[in-house]
Design a protein. Structure first.
Length: 120
């Protein structure tokens, strides 16, 4: 539930990024600040032909994930307000499905996946 609530609360925006160490040789990490500046989301991206291509792809993945995430937040709010008696377990399952779908589609399109959310 905590991950789901964090995911609902995060509104991501494009920010400056730098690759960070500690990944397998074929994966690079790029971190972006959330639009509210309170969180950092890190993506693991499969390396492309060049470091510049990978970085560009990670920025596109972040923009895509941001749009999908914002749509998921709206869908979750709509679910809560339109479903009287919604249980915590039902809400958690709904949020988990949204988060997993967003992560999978981001990876499928950009070979990048969100791997960490943390407070600034």
């Amino acid at each position: 539930m905590r991950f789901g609530l964090i995911a609902v609360g995060v509104v991501l925006g494009l920010a400056a990024c730098e690759p960070t160490p500690s990944m397998p040789e074929d994966v690079s990490k790029y971190s972006y600040k959330s639009s509210d500046g309170e969180m950092v989301i890190t993506y693991g991206c499969v390396n492309g032909a060049t470091a510049a291509e990978t970085k560009t792809r990670s920025a596109k993945a972040h923009q895509y994930f941001d749009q999908r995430h914002q749509a998921s937040v709206r869908a979750t709010v709509a679910k809560v307000t339109s479903t009287p008696g919604l249980s915590a377990a039902q809400l958690d399952a709904f949020i988990e499905k949204q988060v997993e779908g967003n992560m999978k589609s981001t990876f499928d399109r950009f070979q990048c996946a969100p791997i960490d959310l943390r407070d600034v």
